[in-house]
Design a protein around this ligand. Structure first.
Ligand SMILES: [Fe+2]
Ligand SMILES: [Fe+2]
Length: 387
């Protein structure tokens, strides 16, 4: 077997790490790749708890074929050096070929690591870096002469860094191209990196699984984290935005008669009655009020209008409406443009979103609800008046 080993601080793990692992598996034809977060890296101050870093790595690589996340270094109480980790892996896999992955920035420092010669006996070294900054003949020769080692180069550009992610977490940007949204959810559940914590909603998240199927559950988490980011961007309440996003589709799979019963005290638009697909929004608001005793008008209104919208939508209504449209699981032509529009001007994004919906309704020869046109027109009017 060919076994890869990739260690790091992962504070936090990000998309660059995931892409690197995919590239290494493909290019080196690996059968197995160990991803190993380190416990207490020598000479580095660590603020994020090692168990949180491990958990984030497990979330990021969950379900990825050929990847095994190892807690070996995390579990060791003393400082753990690469030579120890590789000795442990070699004992586990005595017959297999081990490839140790590291960034080109270590190319000169490696000679000062603990027992570099032993490391090179245990594993083949693979340096990854931007194409064009590969290994020079001189350095290859130095490795051969001083360490009797053969080194390899893997062209891979890590275009995102954990430092950059830590800074960006505090700002209102989309971010999920760089940071898997499940990892971001873990971050905010625990309130890591100075975020406002949403862990108090964990029990609602567990309960949600009783009402909707897996795919919609993923979508709901996507909406919750996107709503949180939009709330950060527009100075709204992040916690309530997350909570509203989490629950917005809770009534989606309920039988229509139950949805209708939940809307008993709600004044419905004729289209909501005519198109039962729309009912889950008012029904959802009715359900969270009745089942959980939630009275927060802002939250109830955002759930109530997340499908249809209305011409006097509040900022909070709008951000749940758009989060539903652009969350990371959505994959339709134009979604990227809508994502960047949403984080630069919410009203323009809603107009663009409605335009997309209208065009697809026209294409499918379906009726267009006048409410949709009302919302679009009122936003356009405001835009033209510059307010
Ligand atoms: Fe919905
Ligand atoms: Fe939804």
């Amino acid at each position: 077997m060919k076994i890869g080993v990739f260690g790091g601080t992962f504070d936090p793990v990000h998309q660059g790490h995931i892409e690197l692992c995919k590239t290494a598996i493909r290019e080196l034809s690996l059968d197995l790749l160990y991803v190993i977060p380190n416990g207490n890296p020598p000479h580095k101050d660590r603020e994020t708890d090692k168990l949180d870093r491990l958990k984030m790595v497990e979330i990021a690589f969950f379900g990825m074929p050929k990847v095994t996340v190892s807690d070996y270094e995390i579990k060791k109480n003393a400082e753990c050096y690469t030579v120890e980790t590789l000795s442990y892996l070699k004992e586990k896999h005595p017959e297999d070929e081990i490839f140790f992955l590291m960034g080109m920035d270590n190319i000169n420092q490696f000679f000062h690591w603990r027992e570099p010669k032993t490391i090179c006996r245990l594993a083949k070294l693979v340096f990854f870096g931007r194409n064009g900054v590969g290994l020079t003949d001189e350095i290859v020769k130095r490795y051969r002469e001083e360490l009797e080692a053969e080194v390899f180069f893997l062209p891979f550009e890590m275009d995102v860094s954990s430092t950059e992610i830590r800074e960006e977490i505090g700002q209102g940007t989309y971010l999920f191209h760089k940071l898997p949204f499940w990892v971001f959810q873990y971050i905010i559940r625990k309130g890591l990196y100075g975020t406002v914590a949403v862990g108090e909603f964990d029990s609602y998240e567990s309960d949600l699984k009783n009402y909707i199927e897996e795919k919609r559950f993923r979508h709901s988490i996507g909406v919750a984290v996107t709503a949180y980011r939009l709330a950060q961007r527009y100075g709204e309440d992040c916690k309530t935005a997350y909570f509203a996003g989490l629950l917005h589709d809770i009534a989606k799979r309920m039988p229509i008669d139950r949805q209708l019963a939940l809307c008993k005290k709600t004044e419905l638009h004729p289209d909501e009655v005519a198109y039962p697909k729309m009912l889950h929004a008012p029904a959802g608001a009715g359900f969270v009020k009745k089942q959980y005793g939630i009275k927060d008008k802002k939250l109830l209104s955002a759930i109530r209008y997340h499908t249809m919208g209305h011409k006097d939508m509040t900022l909070f209504d709008k951000l749940i409406y758009m989060a539903d449209y652009i969350e990371p699981c959505r994959d339709f032509l134009g979604v990227e443009a809508l994502r960047s529009a949403s984080f630069s001007d919410l009203d323009t994004a809603i107009i663009k979103g409605i335009d997309t919906t209208i065009l697809s309704l026209v294409e499918e020869h379906l009726k267009i609800s006048p409410v949709l046109l009302d919302v679009r027109n009122s936003l356009l009017e405001r835009e033209q008046k510059g307010c």
